[in-house]
Design a protein around this ligand. Structure first.
Ligand code: SAH
Length: 336
């Protein structure tokens, strides 16, 4: 058993089976605390690690919105779960094209993992770090980006037995963990995600600004079990080796939108990542980056663009949603 596995087994022996949310939260925290899991030699690859174009496009999206909002003198630029800090480094480089915007922003990282904070400090030494959004200083509009952050926040699951829904929990059985009880259907809720979306929207409603949320997700409600583990770029058993695999679950964007609206923010239509990036000019950016490069390098840029935008890769599985202050302009990239 892993160290976390022993800890959870002891907790279960003492107090009984634990909720899927408790299990997932403990696994995610232990997993990220001590490692940098991104890229080819790691467990999975995210959009900013595929190409610099991803962070650059998000920088343009923010600079454009800031410009049309009347160029506020100070902006808190916040990233939730910044991973290696790659997205922000690319975003800041693109932001320099609009020097007044680059001067207005202060970078805040919301990150709980000590190992990843160290990686982020190498790429963005000017950032300030926080454990929670609530610690980000008040008094200026916010521009927030969260890529593959909400999918790491815990979900709860329920199982249907004889037409009644019961909480699905994790029990220990010898050296292994098992789900209990068993039923004929599964559905998911995510109070922790709704709470985070609500806090984010409330901050934006109070101080101005916008948030851009990108994640693997769907328009709920939907039935099904989306809890998944990834190790070395392949699916793994979520109950095996707690804390050693990346655990995620698909994001119900309808639930996030409802929570944000209830907290007073304007919510955009849901966009697919492919059309969003294309609307913001990823093709022109790829062309510009390719100028003067050898065929192999050009081929790599074109391949990265296809991976980010095509429906059969990340273009449709990943969705994009924006929350904005009601008096801020409509963000680019979302068709009504
Ligand atoms: N956005 C990055 C990383 C995504 S992985 C990218 O696209 O590459 C998820 C990130 O969220 C990691 O940085 C992880 O440490 C962080 N994280 C997970 N749960 C968190 C929490 N509750 N609070 C703050 N950060 C968290």
């Amino acid at each position: 058993m892993t160290p976390l596995g022993r800890k959870l087994a002891a907790e279960i022996a003492e107090r009984g089976p634990i909720g899927v949310d408790r299990y997932m939260e403990a696994c995610v925290a232990a997993y990220y605390a001590g490692r940098d899991p991104f890229g080819r030699g790691g467990d999975f690859t995210t959009a900013p690690e595929i190409s610099q174009m991803f962070g650059e496009i998000i920088g343009l999206w923010m600079a454009d919105l800031w410009d049309r909002a009347g160029r506020p003198a100070r902006v808190n630029l916040v990233e939730l779960g910044p991973g290696r800090g790659t997205l922000m480094a690319d975003l800041l480089r693109a932001a320099r094209a609009l020097p007044a915007f680059a001067d207005a922003i202060r970078v805040h990282f919301v990150e709980t993992s000590p190992a990843l904070r160290a990686a982020q400090a190498q790429r963005v030494p000017t950032a300030e770090w926080h454990n929670d959004l609530a610690e980000v200083p008040h008094g200026a509009p916010l521009l927030v980006v969260a890529n593959e952050f909400f999918d790491a926040l815990p979900i709860r699951q329920e199982v249907r037995i004889d037409n009644e829904w019961h909480e699905r929990r994790v029990d220990a059985s010898g050296d292994t963990f098992v789900f209990t009880p068993e039923g004929d259907a599964i559905r998911e809720t995510a109070p922790a995600r709704a709470e985070y979306a609500s806090a984010l929207a409330a901050r934006i409603a109070a101080e101005g600004g916008a948030a851009l949320i990108i994640d693997y997700g769907y328009e709920g409600p939907a039935e099904g079990d989306s809890l998944q583990a990834m190790a070395a770029h392949a699916a793994a058993d979520p109950l095996a080796a707690p804390g050693e695999h990346d655990l995620t679950a698909h994001v119900d964007f309808t639930a996030l939108a409802e929570a944000a609206r209830a907290a007073g923010a304007h919510v955009s239509p849901l966009a697919l990542q492919g059309p969003f990036l294309l609307a913001l000019g990823i093709e022109a950016r790829a062309e510009r980056l390719s100028r003067g490069l050898d065929p192999e390098a050009r081929h790599a840029i074109a391949g990265a663009m296809r991976r980010l935008t095509l429906p059969q890769t990340m273009g449709s599985l990943f969705k994009v949603l924006a929350f904005t202050h009601k008096d801020w302009p409509q963000p680019a990239g979302f068709s009504a």
